[in-house]
Design a protein. Structure first.
Length: 230
């Protein structure tokens, strides 16, 4: 059985979700509660990631994440994931610096959107994820439209993600503000799907909150991890 490696701490709340979800989905696949997958977690500093991006130090970001992946390989990981969307800004560069196979959250999400037949999707996440094009490129290359909220709304969502969700705080006022932004985006752009492009967003936005499919990038990514075991 292959052993998974997770670069976590990006943030801690979603790392816990990855761990628990990976175990649960593996046991479902095995149809047994009496078995567990083997995995390693290397928890790094989320605030270093934000600092490197804010200061446009993408080479330093690449090196930081690649070092984390290499440590996972050294202790026996057969493949690795980065358990957050934002660091995927440099995913391709990281993949070139490591030997262990890596599973991309962006590529996994594109595959899911394509499987669902979605053509016009909204993207939510940190400001870094929404303003950069690393998530948009595969969708646009595949003939899909991808849209983000206004710059003002991006700043608001980013701050609430960092100040609240990354610290495990779920505030109903924040949820209502997020839903107002989302519903405006749906109405203005006639969306047929919405990407929760931050691994903390499923803490606050749930299926049924809006009248269209939500693509939970954590769940999609973990599904690919479980597939890789077999």
């Amino acid at each position: 059985m292959k052993r998974a490696g997770i670069v976590g701490g990006l943030g801690p709340e979603s790392t816990v979700d990855y761990y628990q979800s990976f175990i649960h989905k593996y046991q479902e696949r095995m149809n047994s509660k009496q078995t567990l997958p083997e995995l390693f977690i290397n928890s790094i500093n989320m605030y270093n990631i934000f600092k490197f991006i804010s200061e446009d130090r993408l080479d330093d970001l690449t090196d930081y994440v690649a070092e984390a992946v290499n440590k996972l390989e050294q202790i026996g990981a057969d493949f690795a994931v980065v358990s957050a969307n934002t660091p995927h800004i440099v995913f391709n560069e990281v993949r070139e610096k490591v030997n262990v196979p890596m599973i991309s959250i962006v590529e996994s999400t594109y595959d899911k959107a394509d499987e669902m037949g979605l053509k016009n999707v909204g993207l939510l996440g940190t400001k870094f994820t929404m303003e950069h094009d690393f998530f948009k490129k595969p969708f646009e290359s595949g003939g899909k439209k991808i849209v983000v909220p206004s710059e003002e709304d991006q700043i608001f969502m980013h701050q609430r993600i960092v100040d609240e969700l990354e610290n495990g705080i779920v505030n109903d006022d924040t949820k209502q503000s997020f839903l107002k932004i989302v519903n405006k985006l749906i109405a203005d752009e006639n969306l047929d799907g919405l990407i929760l492009g931050c691994t903390e967003l499923p803490m606050i936005l749930k299926d049924g909150d809006v009248d269209l499919p939500l693509l939970n990038t954590t769940e999609i990514h973990v599904d690919k991890m479980v597939e890789e075991l077999f």
